[in-house]
Design a protein around this ligand. Structure first.
Ligand code: ING
Length: 310
C-alpha cells in the first residue's frame, strides 16, 4: 500500500504586532480550506504562527512578554482551527510560544492527527540570538531572553502511516537536528521558520544570501538523512522588519519539489511518498552499515571548539 502523503505548506505573510490571534486564526483557517480543497493530509504552518515575531522586541515587563504566550493548546483562539481540521480530516502542525503551568517558556510546535488530537510536541532546542539588549546589532533577536532551550530532545512519532519529526527554524541549520531524528528512522520532518531578511551583525548579508542558506540547510538535511523536509515561513514585513519567505518541500534526494512564489499567505502542495526515503536509508545512508561512531565522540563530548595546541 503506497504511503503517499499530500502535504500543504501553509506559508503565512507578516503578522503585525497589532494583529489579534483571532485575525491570524482566520487566515490559518483560509489556508486550511485551500488545503482541504486540494485534498491535503497534513498542513504545516510557520514557527510562532499565532503572533508577530516578538523576539525582535526588547521587553522588560514580564506581563508584556507573557501576552505573546499561550497557556493552553488548543485554547479559545485556536479551537476553531482544531475543529475545522478534524472536520476536514487533516493533520496540523504549527508553532507557538508556550507558557507551561509551572511557569516555563518555550518556542514550541505541535503535531496533531486527523482527529485534531495532539500526538507530538517539540520545544526548540537551538535558540539563536542573545538574551540582553545589544546596541551593536541593527535589530534585536532575543529568543535566548524569552525562551528556555527545549527539554524534549528531538522525538519522532509513528503517525500518518510513517515516522514524523518536528523541528523549528534555527534547528534546521544544525546537522545534529536531522541526524538525531534520522537515527530514529524519521521519514518526514516538518518545521516552521521566521528568518530576518538581513543579518543584524553583517550589513552585506541580505535576503538573497539568507534564502541561499535556507535552501542549503534544508536540502542538505533532507539528502544526508534520506527524509522529506517541509519548511514553512512566516515572511514579509512585520512592523518594518523584513523576513524571507521561500517555504519549500524537499524530497529525500535533496531536490526542491515545491516552493512558495510570494511573501504572503500561500499554500504550497506536494505529494510526498514516504517510501521514497527507503532507498537512501538502505544504500548510501545505511547508518548501520556505514557509520563509525567510535570516531564521533567530540560531537557529544564537546560544546565549543577545542583547537590543537600551538
Ligand atoms: N530565526 C533565524 C533562523 O535561524 C538566524 C535566526 C538567521 C540565525 C540567520 C542565524 C542565521 O532562521 C529563527 N527564528 O531562528
Amino acid at each position: 500500500m503506497s504511503r503517499i502523503l499530500r502535504i500543504g505548506g501553509a506559508q503565512m505573510g507578516p503578522v503585525q504586532k497589532a494583529e489579534s490571534r483571532q485575525a491570524v486564526v482566520a487566515r490559518m483557517l483560509d489556508l486550511l480550506a485551500q488545503a482541504s480543497a486540494q485534498k491535503c493530509d497534513l498542513v504545516v504552518y510557520p514557527e510562532l504562527a499565532l503572533t508577530t515575531f516578538f523576539p525582535r522586541w526588547y521587553m522588560t515587563e514580564q506581563n508584556e512578554v507573557d501576552s505573546w504566550f499561550e497557556r493552553d493548546m488548543p485554547n479559545a483562539a485556536t479551537r476553531p482551527l482544531f475543529k475545522a481540521a478534524a472536520a476536514a480530516r487533516i493533520g496540523l502542525s504549527f508553532g507557538y510560544a508556550e507558557l507551561t503551568p509551572d511557569g516555563r517558556r518555550f518556542n514550541t510546535a505541535i503535531l496533531a492527527d486527523r482527529d485534531a488530537r495532539i500526538v507530538g510536541k517539540y520545544r526548540k532546542v537551538h535558540l539563536p540570538g542573545h538574551a540582553e539588549y545589544d546596541s551593536a546589532r541593527s535589530f534585536q533577536h532575543l529568543e535566548k531572553r524569552y525562551f528556555e532551550p527545549g527539554d524534549l530532545g528531538f522525538p519522532v512519532w509513528r503517525c500518518f502511516g510513517g515516522i514524523v519529526g518536528l523541528c523549528i527554524c534555527n534547528d534546521r541549520r544544525w546537522p545534529e537536528t536531522y541526524r538525531v531524528m534520522a537515527l530514529q528512522g524519521v521519514e518526514l520532518i516538518v518545521l516552521g521558520y521566521n528568518t530576518p531578511a538581513g543579518n543584524s551583525q553583517k550589513a552585506e548579508e541580505g535576503p538573497e544570501r539568507r534564502r541561499f542558506h535556507n535552501r542549503l540547510c534544508l536540502q542538505a538535511g533532507a539528502y544526508q538523512n534520506s527524509t522529506w523536509v517541509v519548511a514553512v515561513a512566516k515572511g514579509g514585513v512585520e512592523d518594518g522588519h523584513a523576513m524571507i519567505a521561500g517555504s519549500m518541500t524537499v524530497n529525500p534526494d535533496g531536490e526542491i519539489v515545491a516552493e512558495a512564489k510570494t511573501e504572503d499567505d500561500e499554500l504550497i502542495v506536494a505529494d510526498c511518498d514516504l517510501d521514497a526515503t527507503l532507498f537512501g536509508k538502505q544504500t548510501v545512508f545505511d547508518f548501520a552499515r556505514h557509520r563509525r561512531i567510535e570516531h564521533y565522540g567530540r560531537i557529544t563530548a564537546q560544546t565549543g571548539i577545542v583547537r590543537p595546541r600551538e
